[in-house]
Design a protein. Structure first.
Lengths: 263, 263
């Protein structure tokens, strides 16, 4: 079991209740990363489902939970011949922190019937660059869990040269060797710095809603995360992330709606 | 009050219960249109919220409700300084048909800080074409409620010439004169024929999950609906719809995950 598997482990209490222990190692400067929290929720949902893959997850982020014990409460909504639908709530001290609607199904190995091309071409991994290590007191512990190698123009904001467009693109893998799986993908879709940094914005950008779909099981190796926004308006922005695997398959699609940080 | 306003009316029973009457005029050959059902749910959510705009809606489609009386049950999840989060369930005969997680807020009139260009250019409205009237016994009553004028290549499938790509683009307005508002947008994001028709597929393509975000209040006039898919695989496809208003603003973004019809 990898550290990530352990940090997202959900232990069955009864049919609709799972215990999780939220790991301080997935902090993004205080709050825990939303993708990490989704992964923990999905462990419980998948364990309780007759189907093994979380094909669709819509999560609403109500509050930021603290590291430590928490529960996932499940409400089965429907089980059909191809899919199960479940409501899942992440609860801490009897309050709801994340609400999610999840559809599980079992993906087969069928090849794509039709696939669009990647929206952007990535430079080779050797030409991509890591973020500098976070400041020791910043509590950005998430960075140590994963390797992100960025398409250089999309982190120009680090040196005062934002590209002017909401975008972020990187190669991604876990720091501890682990083949990507659907739970790693839940982390991956929320692993990039907010795309608005590249449009000249800074500051904490809380996710309000994030929906992602698992489209295929990822092949081993690096993933490519391609993030972009369509609109920054009225204090809100969207962030679309496509995840491609090492064999060139689109394996996940996500979109989040988030608030602009006060910068 | 327009016919659409009436058909989506939600009458308050108590703080968390609203009565709706599902109108047979929004049928797509039997089942009712998912966008219409979302509009009815959102009437209840917005009425009960201190904020007036449904900025984010994630809906999971469990079962297809019948025309006639139904209820919307609300569960308030959180009210903050900028937004309220609510769970809403469409109920008929004590069973849940649609589960939704909705965030309401109040959009100001702020201009875009950054906006991407439309993904595709539409031909002028005069060069676009309507679908033929549905067969009298087909129960496609939805078509009479709205005007859709299609970019011709994207309905080539009608005459045996699908474009080969999952896509659908059209001008949209209500048949009865009505300025677009957020409830009309809820209908609009699910108003196009499935994008997979254009990739050579046919048949009933049930939506499993649809998330849409209201990004700005639409100006009066025609809307443009630009729909496309990224991947058809393993019995599933995605449909992304952007809605642009007559002043060239992106006003809504949606993505649905749906099952391929058996064709």
């Amino acid at each position: 079991m990898t550290k990530f598997d352990e940090a997202t482990q959900a232990i069955r209490v009864d049919e609709t209740t799972y215990d999780v222990c939220l790991d301080p190692g997935y902090s993004i400067g205080g709050p825990l990363n939303g993708g990490y929290l989704m992964a923990a929720i999905l462990r419980a949902v998948v364990d309780a489902s007759p189907y093994v893959h979380p094909v669709s997850t819509a999560a609403q982020f109500l509050r930021a939970p603290r590291p430590g014990p928490a529960r996932v409460r499940l409400e089965p909504l429907k089980t059909g011949r191809t899919a199960t639908m479940t409501r899942a709530t992440l609860v801490q001290d009897d309050a709801a922190y994340i609400e999610a609607l999840v559809t599980t199904a079992t993906l087969g190995g069928a090849a794509s019937e039709w696939a669009g091309a990647p929206a952007v071409a990535m430079p080779p991994v050797e030409e991509c660059v890591a973020l500098p290590d976070p400041k020791p007191m910043s509590n950005m512990t998430l960075n140590a869990q994963m390797r992100l190698l960025f398409d250089p123009p999309t982190i120009g904001w680090l040196t005062g040269e934002p590209s002017g467009r909401p975008e972020s693109r990187a190669y991604f893998r876990m720091a501890e060797p682990q083949d990507p799986d659907p739970f790693v993908l839940a982390l991956a879709v929320d692993a990039l710095p907010p795309v608005v940094f590249s449009a000249g914005r800074r500051g904490w950008a809380p996710t309000v809603e994030l929906t992602w779909h698992l489209r295929a099981l990822p092949a081993p190796g690096w993933l490519i995360l391609a993030g972009q926004g369509r609109l920054i308006r009225d204090g809100w922005f969207d962030e679309d992330v496509e995840v491609w695997d090492s064999e060139g398959n689109l394996v996940a699609q996500s979109r989040q709606l988030a608030r602009l940080g006060r910068s």
